[in-house]
Design a protein around this ligand. Structure first.
Ligand code: DON
Length: 316
């Protein structure tokens, strides 16, 4: 990468490469509240370690965070439980769909990783158990997630979209099945419906590209926000979250994403993708049309161009 990239030019090139594909892919409709989102939306924000933010398109429009929330709940759970978290969830790629149940029976209810739905439900179960026993944090696990996002983004407006949360809960049979199945193995513990409610609400957080890229910046700088200087996570845990994102951030599409973009990333069925470029910054894109694995099609195309222009792939 050059010493001082021409950011306006790079962002224009990204927009130019993405534009012919606007509207491609399929908007998630298994959560009815997401089905009506305009598939032609597209936004991207690049947040840099020096505090600069470079934005194009619908960068300030809030979208449903969905599975991108799993990165932040993983960070919270690692802060509290440390390596004990790995007793009930693995860190191997699943090679299966995000909502798959097939591996859980032969693997004694322990999900392959914290980014598939089953694994994220286990992470949330840890948080729900911790916060329900901790009167110092009456706002619970979702309150802690919101506080983390708001503090890091410097923006108190980040909130749960309650209509999306309700829609997820009403159509959440597969997630309920996963949670009850894992509870049968003792992997999910305590009040299952409380854990599910927390999981649905974390997925329903509404956030913009600008807010998301800013909130995640600590992940690109060893767990410490480079602008505020605030440490969120130890550097060791930060590296490990990025490793899990690299291997499993896109489920059965993780290999293709690594091949094309070469950076740790996390997709969400709201059409968002968060990407971490260690030592450089973070990128958040949003475009609602998805591929079969639930990754934004236009978002991935735009990221390919960004990485081509910046040389940010960790494989150089
Ligand atoms: O649990 C679900 O199915 C959704 N709330 C989240 C799935 C998701 O975002 C998958 N990622 N691409």
């Amino acid at each position: 990468m050059t010493d001082s990239p021409d950011w306006p030019n790079i962002m224009q090139a990204v927009h130019h490469s993405a534009k012919p594909h606007f509207g491609s892919g399929k908007v998630a409709d298994y959560i009815p509240a997401l089905a009506c989102i305009d598939p032609h939306k597209f936004g991207m924000t690049v947040a840099l370690g020096n505090g600069e933010m470079h934005c194009i398109g619908d960068t300030d429009e809030a979208f449903s965070m969905q599975s991108i929330s799993k990165i932040f709940t993983l960070a919270l759970a690692l802060q509290i439980y440390g390596d004990d978290l790995w007793k009930r969830v693995g860190r191997e790629p699943s090679g299966s769909a995000f909502n798959s149940i097939v591996q859980l029976e032969s693997e004694k209810g322990i999900p392959r990783n914290p980014l598939i739905n089953a694994g994220a439900i286990v992470t949330t179960n840890h948080l729900v158990q911790h916060y329900s026993e901790n009167s110092a944090h009456p706002q619970g696990a979702v309150g802690q997630l919101l506080a983390l996002l708001q503090d890091q983004a410097g923006d108190k407006s980040i909130a749960v979209d309650e209509a999306v949360a309700l829609s997820e809960s009403e159509t959440g049979s597969r997630n309920r099945s996963l949670a009850h199945f894992m509870s049968g193995f003792g992997v999910v513990q305590g009040d299952i419906e409380r854990t599910l409610s927390s999981y649905f609400r974390q997925c329903a957080v509404a956030i913009s590209c600008r807010q998301l890229a800013r909130a995640a910046l600590f992940l690109a700088f060893d767990g410490c926000d480079p602008v505020s200087g605030k440490r969120v996570l130890s550097s060791r845990r930060c590296r490990r979250i990025n490793a899990v994102m690299m291997m499993s951030g896109h489920y059965d599409n993780s290999g293709d994403f690594a091949y094309r973009i070469g950076l740790p990333g996390k997709s969400g069925v709201g059409g968002g993708i968060l990407v971490v470029a260690p030592g450089y910054g973070t990128v958040a894109t949003w475009s609602p049309g998805l591929n079969e694995a639930g990754t934004s099609m236009v978002g991935a195309i735009a990221l390919e161009e960004l990485v081509r222009k910046t040389g940010w792939s960790i494989f150089v």
